[in-house]
Ligand binder design. Sequence first.
Ligand code: C2E
Ligand code: MG
Ligand code: MG
Ligand code: MG
Length: 290
Amino acid sequence: FAKEQGRNTYRFFIPSINVEVEERLYLETDLRQALNLEQFMLFYQPEFNLHTGKVECLETLLRWQHPKRGIVGPGEFIPLAEDTGLIVPIGEWVLQEACRQVIAWREQGLPSIRVAVNISARQFRQSGFIEMVFRVLKQYGLAAEWLELEITESFVIQSAEHALNMFKVLRQSGISLAVDDFGQGYSSLSYLRKFPFTKLKMDRAFVKNVVNDPHDEAIAAAIIAMGDSLGQEVVAEGIETREQLDTLRTLGCPCGQGYYLALPMEGPKMAEFLQRVTGDSPAVLRAFRK
Ligand code: C2E
Ligand code: MG
Ligand code: MG
Ligand code: MG
């Protein structure tokens, strides 16, 4: 019986593996052509000052408009792009497109807002990364102070000395540096002090339970206090409800981002949003008035 079962599992297992491998190959072939076919696009999601309602920054979020699959989110292709190295040219495109868009908005008379670009470890380790960033800024005529790079906490922890020097060069040029998904990696205070980060993005796992779980509320409070004492701006990620917003404001969290405040939007919609609210979040303002 055991043998039979084993055989059944065996028969069941192999085809599903093949489907996965095949699927990945198709995806990889498509991904290799996506840049040339101009299938990538950026969405923008604002980060708000939770006390004034002002937009402080726009985070760029990459999307892939696949001819058959529709809009594909980064979770589905960034890991493959990293494995294949395709993230390097794709990441350069993201930076170019972000700079191009900010300048275009400025020319339309919209207020200048800092733009944040997600950088994966693979890009950061690629030689010539810093030179590429400076070259793109120059190409589009965007001053470094309008650019922020987001690096995940797990990468920061792994990379130590070499990364530290790169962070310093970037920071000295005026570029802002944010630690993304902060709080999950058990970062120590000492390395946070050593690295020139300007912002901590509190992982949305803490925001999710900040209303009901005293433990997560305590962690959120600790991250806010840490940012405060180290002079780093704290942004709570993934605010989805009024209650979460209220709790975070009560805890003194300076900034926030999330579906409750504003969804990620395509360029033209983002421009409309900025024009309509002149950079203020209706949800934050409602909470402000309560
Ligand atoms: P991230 O940088 O932490 O970005 C935040 C993610 O949370 C985004 O997902 C955003 O759409 C989503 N989000 C925003 N507000 C809420 C909310 O209230 N609730 C929930 N549940 N989610 C919210 P997205 O766009 O799917 O991006 C996922 C991840 O992919 C990003 O996480 C980032 O690590 C990566 N990524 C996105 N764009 C790029 C890129 O251009 N380059 C690289 N290397 N990575 C990127
Ligand atoms: Mg991010
Ligand atoms: Mg994040
Ligand atoms: Mg994340």
